[in-house]
Write a protein that binds this ligand. Structure first.
Ligand code: ZN
Length: 254
C-alpha cells in the first residue's frame, strides 16, 4: 500500500485531490516544502552559545566531567512548534521529524571542530517496555539521521536501560540524578567499540543533562576517550533557576 501511494505517477494526482498541508499549522504546503511549512520551521527558537541556558548546561557538564562537548539545536518551548513535532515523533511515530530535524542537527555538527573526530554514535536508550509500547526509540531515529550525514557508525543496543526509571517531568535536578543512577548497563562484548573512542551521545530533548551524564559516566568507566552529546532540543532554564545557578557558579569560581 505504501509503495502504491508513493508511485511517482500517482503522487501528483493525489496531491491535487488531497493537497499536502503542514503537520503543525494545517496551512497548505508549497511545492518546495515537505511536511512542515517554512514559517513553522522558522518559528522554532534556536540556541546560541551566548545564551545563559547553554552556558549553564556546559558549566554543569564541565563540573561533572563525563561529557566533554555539548550541542543542542532548538529550545523546547511549551505549546511551540518544536514540542508539537517531538510529540508527533514520540507518540505518533512520525519518523519524518527525526529525519528533518536530525539532518538539521547533523549539518550544524559537521561545522564544529569538537565533533569532527567522532568514532561512533549512541542514542540514549528507552527501557524495553517503553520501546515495545512505542515501537521505536525517538533518540535512535535522530541518531540514525546524524549517522548518515556524519558517516559515522550508529552503535545500537550498546547501552541498555536496565532500571525502569520513573518519568522525570516533575523531578528536580537532584531527584533526576538519583532516578537515573545505575539505570544503564553496557555488556562486556561491546567494550572494543568504546575503548579509546570518541562517542557521540544523542538524545531528543535535554532538560538537566542528568541522563546524558549517567550514560557518559558508564562509557568513560569502560575507557571511552571522549564523550560528546547532541540533542535536538534543550529545555530553557527558568529565570529564577538561572539566577540561582549563576550564584552557584560564581561562588565556585572564587
Ligand atoms: Zn506550518
Amino acid at each position: 500500500m505504501k509503495n502504491y501511494l508513493q508511485n511517482e505517477f500517482l503522487t501528483p494526482f493525489l496531491n491535487f485531490i488531497f493537497p499536502p498541508i503542514c503537520f503543525t499549522c494545517d496551512e497548505l504546503l508549497s511545492e518546495s516544502e515537505n511536511k512542515i511549512c517554512s514559517s513553522c520551521l522558522l518559528s522554532i527558537k534556536r540556541t546560541s552559545s551566548e545564551d545563559r541556558t547553554i552556558q549553564i548546561m556546559k558549566e554543569r557538564f564541565r563540573k561533572n566531567g563525563a561529557v566533554d562537548n555539548f550541542f543542542g539545536l532548538y529550545y523546547f518551548e511549551h505549546e511551540g512548534v518544536f514540542q508539537k513535532l517531538i510529540h508527533l515523533l514520540k507518540y505518533e511515530s512520525r519518523k519524518f521529524v527525526a529525519e528533518l530535524l536530525g539532518e538539521e542537527l547533523a549539518k550544524q555538527l559537521v561545522n564544529k571542530n569538537n565533533f569532527i573526530d567522532v568514532d561512533g554514535i549512541i542514542p540514549i536508550p528507552l527501557n524495553k517496555v517503553k520501546q515495545r509500547e512505542r515501537g521505536h526509540n525517538q533518540s535512535e531515529l535522530i541518531a540514525k539521521s546524524i549517522s548518515k550525514i556524519l558517516q559515522v557508525p550508529l552503535l545500537k543496543n550498546v547501552v541498555q536501560r536496565k532500571k525502569y526509571t520513573i518519568t522525570q517531568t516533575k523531578l528536580n535536578l537532584l531527584e533526576r540524578k538519583e532516578n537515573v543512577k545505575d539505570a544503564f548497563v553496557i555488556e562486556n562484548k561491546y567494550s572494543d567499540l568504546i575503548f579509546n573512542k570518541h562517542i557521540l551521545l544523542v538524545d531528543d530533548v535535554i532538560t538537566t543533562g542528568s541522563t546524558i551524564e549517567e550514560v557518559a559516566s558508564c562509557l568513560k568507566n569502560i575507557g571511552a576517550k571522549k564523550i560528546s552529546a547532541a540533542s535536538l532540543g534543550v529545555a530553557e532554564l527558568e529565570e529564577e533557576l538561572k539566577s540561582n545557578q549563576e550564584t552557584e557558579i560564581n561562588v565556585n569560581r572564587n
